[in-house]
Design a protein around this ligand. Sequence first.
Ligand SMILES: [Zn+2]
Length: 57
Amino acid sequence: MTIPETIRRILVCPRCHGALVDEGDAADVGLACATCAVVYPVRDGIPVLLVDQARPR
Ligand SMILES: [Zn+2]
């Protein structure tokens, strides 16, 4: 499931407030922060932007 572009544009990393980029494929999509080197999961199309839910990139 992909995230609508309008939503994507307002999402930022909760830790550094930097830009997030899509990572992974349709089956396992995530939002990656290059600065923090972590990936935030997207569950059922909903980005989980919680620092303690992020996994190392
Ligand atoms: Zn970050």
